[in-house]
Design a protein around this ligand. Structure first.
Ligand code: FAD
Length: 425
């Protein structure tokens, strides 16, 4: 892969938001570079095993489409997996999430990025960003040392607002963050044949004795249980509390805590009747992180905005999910459904850090309060904000305008022409 010394747009982070951002920017004819710290695109959807993106539909109609949706649809088609029925509200919101195969999704992301004409650099992090003329000088940390790349507009899709922080943007870092989850895949037993009451009883005794953590195998802190973990053969079931994984140091603590918990749970379970041949088939390479930081944006989506379905004059996309705050007390989850008919939206100002020009943010770290963020952090919304940020970055670069000065109508036209659904204003 050849990398030039300068681009119109540099997108940092090749996850749910970053891939649509880079693809949209390049399809709008901006010279675009996508940087990713790991070896695989897709972010949390692939590397952390959260392979059930949602929600693209609300109340029986599609509310998010475009580049992310096309990739999700293509992944389903390649695997021949059926789509959920979207024609009416489901009994439970998660029933309209689309299950995707992570390796297939990652390969489709590779192809979409390359076909769009964007350049891609894996195994690369940003070490520093410095304002330079009407853009940025970006110092990359590559495997063989530092190198510099210039750009007009930077788009932070790291999920953690890492690049925005380096650029001097004000960040909102909550005192307590939602717990993380280490997803794995277990086999070697027949769930239906297990005596769950006996296993849970033994699990609680081990928790009381301090040899297991209460959320090693489930979310409930009041009544610890391992039944979800066993029923789902691993999956999205444990909680790791008390680590804000925004930095490399804390991220290291998190990965170690996740694997430590899994090992002690595995050792315990293998002593239980019916689990003697339990196997851990697959461990996702990274812990799934729900929350670290958001930017202080020109607009901030509050929980009142979200639950009332507020539309701004410059809304760039819809979002749809219950308020879904994972917690360190009670049953581990505060989940509140939206009222019938409510479809929230995201304003352009939530993607724009205050007082830092030529910088955009997309994905889960856009400007939002904690409860609104617990809903809009989901993958469909991240994909939609990514596409919007990529389009806005490309327009600003091609017109030589500051991102905040690009007319909302121009962005709306571009996104619509590229298949996105933009809220009616
Ligand atoms: C356990 C769990 C369960 C969830 N359940 C659901 C669900 O049911 N449905 C749903 O839709 N969503 C769910 N989510 C939320 C959703 O998966 C994430 O919020 C979403 O993927 C965030 O997208 P993103 O693009 O902001 O970040 P990511 O998808 O995480 O992408 C960030 C990318 O940036 C890269 N990166 C990070 N830092 C740097 C850096 N400094 N330099 C270069 N690259 C960098 C990362 O490697 C990654 O590829 C869940 C999340 C978790 C953790």
């Amino acid at each position: 892969m050849h990398i030039d010394d300068s681009y119109d747009v540099v997108v940092v982070g090749g996850g749910c938001a970053g891939v649509p951002a880079a693809v949209q920017s390049a399809r709008a004819e901006a010279r675009t570079l996508l940087l990713e710290k790991g070896g695989m695109l897709g972010g949390t959807a692939t590397v952390a095993g959260v392979n059930f993106p949602g929600l693209f539909h609300a109340w029986g109609r599609q509310i998010i489409s475009g580049i992310g949706w096309d990739l999700v649809k293509a992944a389903s088609e390649v695997c021949g997996s059926p789509m959920p029925d979207f024609s009416a509200p489901p009994a439970a919101h998660w029933q309209q999430q689309v299950y995707i195969n992570p390796p297939v999704f990652a390969a489709l992301c590779d192809a979409a990025v390359l076909d769009s004409g964007a350049a891609l650099l894996l195994h690369t992090m940003v070490a520093a960003v410095t304002a330079s003329g009407s853009g940025w000088d970006v110092t990359l940390c590559t495997k063989t040392g530092l190198r510099h790349v210039g750009c007009r507009v930077l788009v932070d899709c790291t999920g953690d607002a890492n690049t925005a922080g380096l650029a001097g943007a004000q960040l909102c870092i909550p005192a307590e963050t939602q717990p993380a989850t280490q997803i794995c895949r277990a086999s070697g037993y027949d769930y239906a044949a297990l005596d769950m009451a006996a296993i849970d009883g033994e699990f609680r005794r081990e928790v009381a004795a301090g040899r297991l953590g209460p959320t090693d195998g489930g979310w409930d802190t009041k009544r610890p249980s391992v039944h979800s973990w066993l029923a789902q053969h691993g999956g999205n079931t444990g909680h790791i509390h008390g680590i804000n994984a925004r930095t490399s140091e804390a991220r290291t603590d998190l990965e170690l805590a996740g694997r430590r918990a899994l090992l002690r749970l595995f050792r315990f379970l293998r002593t239980q009747k019916g689990l003697e041949n339990l196997k851990l088939e697959q461990l996702c390479p990274e812990c799934g992180v729900r929350e670290t930081a958001t930017i202080a944006g020109r607009d901030t989506v509050t929980v009142q905005d979200y639950t009332s379905g507020r539309t701004w004059p410059d809304s760039v996309c819809h979002s749809f999910y219950p308020i879904d705050l994972h917690r360190s007390d009670a049953n581990g989850l505060d989940c509140r459904q939206l009222q019938p008919g409510v479809v929230p939206s995201v304003p352009r100002g939530a993607l724009l850090p205050r007082a830092v020009p030529n910088l955009l943010v997309a994905g889960r770290c856009i400007s939002s309060d904690r409860l609104a963020n617990s809903a809009l952090r989901v993958q469909a919304t991240c994909m939609a904000t990514g596409q919007a940020a990529g389009g806005l970055a490309a327009l600003a670069a091609s017109r030589g305008e500051a991102v905040e000065n690009v007319r909302a109508g121009l962005l709306r036209e571009l996104l619509t022409a590229h298949g996105a659904i933009v809220p009616a204003v």
